[in-house]
Design a binder for this molecule. Structure first.
Ligand code: SF4
Length: 366
């Protein structure tokens, strides 16, 4: 991966590095983006199709649910054919943990809150995972907190989430197993942030960030961006999953955008567009939308400024690789800080796209 653009808000907190298939998580590994299939896992073709879509959108690691024996039986084919590491998500039934490990899944997510007898089986799980090179995620979730902790704390407080995670971590560590990461998810970003902050003080485990049940796309995006931003800006977080009540590809797009916004991933196409106001002499929304659509999928770090008037227009357009400052039915087109031409309003989009393509040819994809 090319060098990260500086600056970042805070250096990454030092965590242990583990492997999820061929993706490293923790340590100095780039922060990975995860999502989860919405297909029935036993429908192998549909699941592989969705994994292919997720892979194309930039997803690094994918998780699949495993609630039935049919799903467990499908894991081998899915793990073998997927181009990205597959994590089996197991609740309630320890036997599926062993099935997923045997099936060659890159990792298994276990929920200490709802796997009965789990604690008694940690030794066997740790041994099986070690034998197969499988890593584990200890996935504590506010909605399925261990009833003992719920009784102790009254609700899923940060302390309760952390106590559950640290307890499970200690069980694995007692058996000499260290290839695990931890999540402590809550639907309230404030509780979630506090839980991860506390957890990060307790050990060097790699952390999987997530706001659980974050909601529909708009709310979930805001909640995730707020919570992840608060943690990542402190250097906390090694892999992220945005949970949205929306197609999983959307989760990946949001996750990647959050990392890019914090310079934790190289930025690709970036549209700098003004919000418009009473001074605008052009329809900025339409212009920005058309330019964004015309440049979708661009893999180079191109910054394009779309500005509605001459107040901030020339300044922003000059700072960008390419830009337009609109006014009086015309657009001044800037390339690398220089005005290269002035075009009528109707030609602005076409000109910007044309110039963007020329610039893209001179740039290295990221
Ligand atoms: Fe308003 Fe001009 Fe600023 Fe856009 S660039 S928000 S139109 S003042």
């Amino acid at each position: 991966m090319p060098a990260l653009p500086a600056p970042v808000l805070s250096p990454r907190r030092k965590t242990r590095k583990i492997k999820v298939g061929d993706v490293y998580v923790g340590g100095d590994a780039p922060i990975s983006v995860q999502s989860m299939c919405t297909t029935k896992t036993h429908d192998v073709n549909a699941t592989l199709q969705q994994i292919a879509e997720l892979t194309a959108s930039g997803c690094d690691i994918v998780r699949v649910a495993c609630p039935t024996q049919d799903d467990a039986d499908a894991l081998e084919a899915i793990a073998r054919k997927s181009n990205i590491p597959v994590i089996a998500d197991i609740h309630f039934q320890p036997k599926y943990v062993f099935a997923a490990i045997e099936a060659g899944c890159a990792a298994v997510r276990v929920n200490p809150g709802n796997i009965k007898k789990f604690d008694d089986q940690v030794k066997e799980i740790a041994q099986a995972a070690k034998d197969h090179g499988t890593s584990i995620r200890i996935g504590v979730n506010a909605g399925s907190l261990d009833p003992r902790l719920l009784a102790k704390y009254g609700k899923a407080t940060p302390e309760a989430l952390v106590e559950s995670a640290v307890w499970e971590a200690s069980l694995f560590e007692e058996h000499g197993f260290h290839d695990f990461k931890i999540s402590v998810k809550h639907n309230d970003p404030v509780v979630m942030v506090r839980a991860y902050e506390m957890l990060s003080e307790r050990g060097d485990w790699p952390l999987h960030l997530g706001v659980t049940e974050a909601g529909p796309a708009f709310q979930g995006t805001i909640k995730s961006a707020t919570a992840f931003g608060a943690l990542l800006s402190q250097g906390i977080g090694d892999t992220i999953r945005v949970s949205l009540s929306a197609p999983p590809v959307e989760e990946v797009k949001v996750g990647i955008q959050i990392l890019q916004s914090l310079n934790l991933r190289p930025r690709k196409l970036e549209i700098v567009s003004c919000p418009s106001c009473g001074r605008a002499q052009v329809d900025v929304y339409e212009l920005a939308e058309k330019v964004t659509a015309g440049l979708e999928g661009m893999e180079v770090p191109l910054r394009v400024a779309v500005m509605g008037c001459v107040v901030n227009g020339p300044g922003e357009a000059r700072e960008a690789d390419l830009g337009v400052a609109s006014g009086n039915g015309k657009g001044q087109i800037f390339v690398k800080g220089e005005v290269i031409k002035t075009v009528p309003e109707k030609d602005i989009v076409e000109t910007l796209i044309e110039e963007a393509m020329k610039l893209a040819e001179t740039m290295e994809p990221v």
